[in-house]
Design a protein around this ligand. Structure first.
Ligand code: G2I
Length: 468
């Protein structure tokens, strides 16, 4: 399973190399690895960083639109792919707003995650009043028509949403259950599989992020559906409370992954009591980082979607009195500490320089500033259980005599052995110094200075180089 991620990343690296070669321009290490946005970092990891989108705001709010386009490589409709919007009257479909979102996503190179086909909430009245064969037929018609419409544009669907109650893992007593009995869940997946055999089919719910009676029930349902070849993924909404990321969340996601499923964090937000404080924002940053790390640590995690853009866009204050501020951006669109934490967990670096638009990136011979240096980690071999990287230092306009490199591992990597450097580690931060004979790098030159064997998923984090 680890290999899937590794293979995908190797493939991406191959494409980058090919593009660089084709363009005849050697991108500087700095720019080739510039991952200053969430989507840049997530692309490099081969996972999705998604956001729930309000289509009205997408059309009317420039700040909102820019953040969605720049920071995310996947989108989910916050509301407009729900049944009450898509089929407000029986047999009459209204795809307008959903199509707007899909078109936006395509213009911006984003994937679209479908939410949701069968749900007890935000369903039109007409369907809530049906039962038996009529209701079953309506369920099939809805699934088939919607999935046909979006076939090829929506890569995955929450086929059923929130079908387990909060009461000891019993099925939710919805109009679907009352009208059709327990078999409606399997039926929904069969209809969905028939409608679009290429889409990934998910179940999705809240309060199943840790191991508990509710997630146990999903585990059972998942086993049954997997045995019938009907389920591809499990969505964990992760509507969390500050400081309360479940301790066994990774273990929980892992057990679903072990069934052969993809796992995905589908609606992440972390709410707090208002008024919020800087300290609470720092705690929130840690919580977000933990959740994203849980995903990046799992080879089968397809991505993380946050449930809204700015705090002022969140559903939370409408539902939880006196609580809010659960997202990555402030009301004015500026980035919160949680944003930096997510970027860090994805292996990005807020301090890297992004190449300006419309200009050719400088070539590799452009040296760093006088007396300064840059450095680069390059993975040269990856055999699954371990990998080898070589590290090079480039001097600026003055020669370098001595260097200290520091970097942060994006997702729990470590060094199992190294050569030609003094290495020390503190948490996820590594510091590497020269060993005397390899201290010197000529002005404007690049020198391969040391190497190491890494464990965990191979990574090429950005490196800070201190000369002298
Ligand atoms: O409740 C949070 C999420 C839980 N999981 C399923 C998600 O689909 C759900 O999303 C929320 C949306 O974020 C809200 O925006 O679902 C709510 C409905 O259950 C959405 O709220 C509704 C309001 O209740 C309506 O008053 C409003 O007209 O959004 C509607 C459209 O803006």
């Amino acid at each position: 399973m680890l290999q899937t991620r590794t293979r995908r990343r190797a493939w991406i690296a191959g494409i980058v190399a090919a593009v660089v070669a084709f363009a005849g321009v050697a991108l500087s290490a700095q720019y080739a690895h510039a991952q200053t946005t969430l989507r840049g970092a997530a692309d490099a990891l081969g996972i999705d960083i998604g956001v729930a989108v309000d289509v009205n705001k997408l059309q009317n709010d420039q700040t909102y639109r820019d953040i969605v386009a720049t920071e995310f490589n996947s989108v989910t409709a916050e509301n407009v792919m729900k049944m009450e919007t898509l089929q407000p009257s029986k047999g009459q479909y209204n795809f307008g707003q959903a199509d707007t979102l899909v078109a936006f996503a395509q213009q911006n190179g984003q994937s679209v995650y479908g939410h949701t086909l069968v749900w007890h909430s935000q369903s039109p009245d007409w369907v809530e009043n049906e039962s038996g064969q009529t209701l079953r037929q309506s369920m099939q018609d809805h699934i088939t028509t919607v999935m046909d419409h979006f076939e090829g544009d929506v890569f995955a669907w929450d086929v059923v949403n929130e079908v387990v109650s909060d009461n000891n893992g019993q099925l939710r007593d919805s109009f679907w259950l009352q009208g059709l009995g327990e078999s409606y869940i399997t039926d929904a997946f069969e209809f969905a599989r028939q409608a679009d055999p290429n889409a990934d089919l998910y179940m999705n719910d809240y309060s199943i992020d840790g191991i508990n009676a509710k997630s146990d029930r999903y585990y059972e349902l998942a086993q049954g559906l997997v045995n019938q070849g009907l389920l591809d993924g499990m969505g964990f909404q992760a509507h969390l409370i500050l400081g309360q990321v479940p301790g066994n969340m990774e273990q929980n996601l892992q057990r679903f992954a072990d069934l052969g499923l993809k796992v995905r964090i589908t609606e992440l937000d972390i709410r707090m009591d208002l008024p919020s404080s800087q300290q609470m924002f720092e705690q929130q940053a840690q919580d977000f980082e933990r959740v994203v790390n849980i995903c990046t640590n799992l080879a089968d995690c397809s991505g993380v979607t946050v449930w809204g853009v700015r705090d002022s866009d969140s559903w939370v204050p409408d539902v939880f009195d006196g609580q809010g501020d659960p997202l990555l951006f402030n009301d004015d669109g500026s980035k919160k500490p949680a944003y930096d934490a997510v970027l860090n967990a994805l292996g990005g670096d807020p301090d890297e320089t992004t190449p300006p638009d419309d200009t050719t990136p400088p070539d590799e011979t452009t040296p760093p500033a006088d007396g300064d240096c840059t450095a680069r980690i390059e993975v040269v071999n990856d055999w699954g259980s371990g990998w080898q990287a070589n590290v090079s230092v480039t001097a600026g306009q003055a020669a370098v005599d001595g260097w200290t490199l520091t970097w942060d591992w994006p997702s729990g990597q470590s060094i199992s052995s190294s050569w030609n450097a003094d290495i020390s580690t503190s948490g996820s931060t590594v510091t590497a110094g020269d060993v005397g004979w390899n201290a010197g790098v000529g002005a404007g030159q690049t020198r391969e200075v040391f190497g190491f064997i890494g464990s965990g998923t191979s990574a090429e984090p950005s490196v800070t180089c201190q000369a002298g």
